[in-house]
Structures are given as structure tokens and as C-alpha cells.
Design a protein around this ligand. Structure first.
Ligand SMILES: O=C(O)CCC(=O)C(=O)O
Ligand SMILES: [Fe+2]
Length: 238
């Protein structure tokens, strides 16, 4: 498998953005994968995410705690998205969090397990040091099958600036971590492998990032996963 002579080093990719290789051991990875398989079952299970322009994302997703997706109505004022420029809500972009799988089967989203909150706090403490916020309450789990990728975007639908915690399982990917101003360069490409942790908070919290490539067939054989899973843990602030 990974035959490096030396363990991969932890890297600060930008102030507030830290990559910790091999943060989850093989047993923890398997346990998390088993849990993801349960969470991916209906109701409110793994779904294809629609994009505002009528397309679909190539990574499929399941949410815990809050459902993230395209909403036809603004959660702040109840009017059609893009239809009320005076609203303090999120009219500029029709994604939002809700309690049900509004763009899926409509079922209530599964609860956010307390142990994922514990994991998130441990991750923040390990990666960034210092105290971690208590309030982790959202998990977005993305499954990358053959050819799936994710375009450059910011995680900006939360009402909190707590660090985002990202855990990777299965195939290795190229994770592109950019800047807070534009979705273009400068960026840094980081290889995320099964068990790796990436945390972005502080000045890096709202940086653009994406997954331009997943390397098929690179998952550790003993994990038993074809493809890649990424779990991001977040604080909704609501
Ligand atoms: O798959 C990844 O590593 C990144 C996922 C991501 O950026 C997101 O879910 O917002
Ligand atoms: Fe993201």
C-alpha cells in the first residue's frame, strides 16, 4: 500500500488550514465507513444533488443534523429565492439548510450523532490547537463514484465561522485549497488519502476549495470501499 520511507508530514496549507495525514487508524476508518453505509440508507439517504441551473452534482450526498440543498423558497422570508432583494436571508444563492430532505425524498434528516461532535472537537484541537467549539451539529457526507469531482466553492451557508472538519475514506483525491477572494489561483493541491484529516478555520474558513480529481482504485484494500467518501463536520450556528 503506502510505501513511503517516512510518514507523511502534517502541513499548514494556509493560515488556519491544516492537513493531518493518517489521523484515523484503519479500525476507525472501518467503523466510520460502516456508519456511513447506515446513514446512506433511506429515508433521507444518499441522493443526487441538484444544482440551481438544472444540472446535478457528480458526488452524491447524505446529510445528518441539517439537510443541505437547493431550496425553492428562502428560509428567512418564505418567498421564492432571488425574488426579494431586501431580505437579509440568502437570496444570492439558492442553497440552504433545512430539517427535511427538501430536494430528496422529503423525509426528516437523520440526527447528528453526538460521537461525530466529539470527533470534530478532537480534530480541531489536534489540527489547530486551542479550544474547539461545542456546537458541531451538521455532517455532509459526499460519495465520489467513478468520474465524480467537486468544483471550486466556499462553504458559506452556515451562520457560524467554526472550523470545517473534513475526513476522507477510500480512494485518494486531489483536494484543491484556494483563497478567499476568487475561485482561481493561487491555490495549493493536497493529496487526501483514506484516514486523512483536513481542517479549515480562522482566516481560511471561507476559502474556495474543490476536488478536481479522484484516483480510482487507490483505496486501502482492507477498507472494502470502491470510490471515495468525504465527511465534513460543521457548526450551523442556528
Ligand atoms: O470531498 C471533499 O474533500 C470536499 C467536500 C466539500 O468541499 C464539501 O462537502 O463542501
Ligand atoms: Fe466544501
Amino acid at each position: 500500500m503506502d510505501a513511503e520511507l517516512f510518514p507523511r508530514a502534517r502541513t499548514t496549507v494556509a493560515p488556519g488550514a491544516v492537513h493531518v495525514p493518517d489521523w484515523l487508524d484503519p479500525a476507525e476508518q472501518r467503523e466510520l465507513l460502516d456508519a456511513c453505509r447506515q446513514w446512506a440508507r433511506p429515508p433521507a439517504g444518499l441522493r443526487t444533488v441538484r444544482t440551481p441551473g438544472g444540472g446535478t452534482m457528480t458526488a452524491r450526498q447524505v446529510c445528518l443534523g441539517r439537510h443541505w440543498g437547493v431550496v425553492p423558497k428562502c428560509p428567512a422570508c418564505g418567498r421564492a429565492v432571488r425574488d426579494n432583494p431586501d431580505c437579509p436571508g440568502r437570496h444570492e444563492y439558492p442553497y440552504a439548510y433545512s430539517r427535511t430532505a427538501v430536494d430528496g425524498d422529503g423525509a426528516p434528516v437523520k440526527p447528528f450523532p453526538a460521537r461525530l461532535g466529539d470527533l470534530a472537537r478532537r480534530a480541531v484541537a489536534d489540527a489547530l490547537g486551542g479550544p474547539a467549539p461545542a456546537a458541531y451539529d451538521i455532517a455532509l457526507i459526499n460519495f465520489y463514484g467513478p468520474g465524480a469531482r467537486m468544483g471550486m466553492h466556499r462553504d458559506s451557508d452556515e451562520d457560524a465561522d467554526a472550523p470545517v472538519v473534513s475526513l476522507s475514506l477510500g480512494d485518494t483525491c486531489v483536494f484543491r485549497f484556494g483563497n478567499t477572494e476568487t475561485r482561481t489561483r493561487p491555490w495549493t493541491d493536497v493529496e487526501l488519502r483514506s484516514g486523512d484529516l483536513f481542517v479549515f478555520g480562522g482566516p481560511a474558513r471561507f476559502a474556495y476549495h474543490g476536488v478536481p480529481r479522484v484516483h480510482p482504485g487507490t483505496a486501502p484494500g482492507e477498507l472494502g470501499l470502491t470510490g471515495r467518501l468525504n465527511i465534513t463536520l460543521r457548526v450551523s450556528g442556528r
